[in-house]
Design a binder for this molecule. Structure first.
Ligand code: ZN
Length: 401
């Protein structure tokens, strides 16, 4: 036997979190490392390539709902090792990124996948996540299996992977954005005191946002409601899960007793409100289910489950990151913003455990001028344009990570 080399990098633990429509895999690393991840078909596998590592995760717990049949790992070629997860069925990775260590948590790789069929390019190439570059044509052994990944349990080598163009592969995946027009049907939301209703403004602005996002060719968009109907808050969150959204944007407009106050603002979820006005706003937005006679008890249970989960922290960081970026882009596009335009509180509609979620209050219907503006297609086009800029920046950043 050759003496076993010790590498600086080690995989210390692998965990799975199972959600209604998604599995989240977290790998604890001894230090930050470049990686790349993708799926392979026939047989179905999910692959992670990393610089050579020591496997210190031992026997990994595989919850049956995670769909993992087996885990293998070993060297792929000089400098590169591979972990192969054998899957029950075809999977699609929705996101994969490295989280740098913080407090008592180590550097981690987070990979979300679900059971949609993979949308592959014309050469059958799956989308590749991560930045690790793997040279082809090195001095490593070619095995029989053309698509790579025949690594034994003992952890030794094998065949090369076809060179893949990461940039073009990444470009092929279109993130799914869930746009959520607030209120609707029996619930008009805020009103201008005249004929302008929040539920109509939010629907018109959401349709415009969908149109503009789709016309970039970079995104898919689903609305939680297409017309003037009532949808409970919990149902809106469920719709986002059902479609495996990559980003959730809830669209609203507000009223306030001070008629001179105007400007847009952006909200993220938090247990504690940033200020009293936002606490009241969240209370008001959360009350709509009561107005329609729904019971909120189930919602409370969900909150307890979600906020207790460490995964929520990662989603919440992404939500805040997007919100901060968005307020700058809205400002930069000449949209009048409230003071401290990124605020937070316990909005029920933002409680997805795995989808970064924000709520936009487009302006105040209690302000006569702003109500008139929001009622005009030109202003809604301008608002939507500023949101698209923020969305573009966010996904560019996510892809780089
Ligand atoms: Zn509202």
């Amino acid at each position: 036997m050759l003496p076993k080399l010790a590498y600086a990098l080690s995989i210390d633990d692998v965990r799975f979190g199972v959600y209604p429509n998604k599995v989240r895999m977290v790998l604890d690393l001894s230090e930050a490392a470049d990686f790349r991840s993708f799926v392979l078909n026939n047989p179905e596998r999910l692959v992670i390539d990393l610089p050579h590592f020591d496997w210190k995760a031992g026997q990994v717990d595989k919850p049956s709902q995670a769909g993992i049949k087996d885990i293998r790992q070993g060297k792929l070629m000089p400098g590169i090792s591979r972990i192969v997860f054998d899957l029950d069925k075809t999977a699609t990775i929705s996101t994969a990124y490295l989280l740098k260590k913080n407090k008592n948590k180590s550097d981690r790789i987070v990979i979300d996948f679900d059971w949609r069929a993979e949308v592959s390019g014309k050469n059958g190439e799956a989308k590749i996540f991560g930045t690790l570059s793997v040279e082809s044509g090195g001095g490593y052994t070619h095995g029989g299996d053309q698509d790579g990944a025949r690594i034994t349990k003992a952890g030794f080598v094998i065949p090369p992977v076809k060179p893949r163009n990461t940039d073009s592969a990444a470009k092929r995946y279109k993130p799914l954005i869930i746009v959520d027009p607030g209120h609707g049907g029996v619930d008009p939301g805020a009103t201008s005191g005249g004929s302008i209703y929040e539920k109509h403004i939010t629907l018109a602005l959401s349709h415009e946002l969908k149109r503009q996002l789709e016309s970039t060719g970079r995104y898919r968009v689903e609305l939680t409601r297409e017309k003037d109907i009532f949808i409970p808050l919990k149902k809106r969150v469920e719709i986002a899960h059902k479609h495996s959204g990559d980003l959730f944007i809830s669209v609203h407009a507000d009223t306030i007793h001070k008629k001179n106050v105007r400007g847009a603002s952006v909200y993220t979820l938090s247990r504690e409100a940033s200020d009293e006005q936002t606490a009241k706003l969240a209370e008001k937005e959360n009350r709509v289910d009561l107005i329609a006679g729904l019971d909120l008890d189930i919602e409370d249970e969900q909150v307890a489950y979600i906020l207790g989960d460490f995964l929520m922290t990662e989603t919440s960081n992404q939500s805040k990151y997007f919100a901060n970026m968005l307020v700058e882009d809205m400002k930069g596009s000449g949209v009048k913003m409230l003071q401290n335009p990124h605020r937070y509180a316990g909005f029920a509609v933002l409680k997805s455990p795995e989808i970064p979620s924000i709520l936009i209050e487009a302006g105040f219907l209690s302000n006569k001028n702003e109500a008139i503006m929001l009622n005009k297609p030109e202003y809604r086009r301008k608002l939507a344009r500023s949101i698209v800029i923020g969305v573009d920046k966010y996904f560019r950043q996510m892809q780089q990570n």
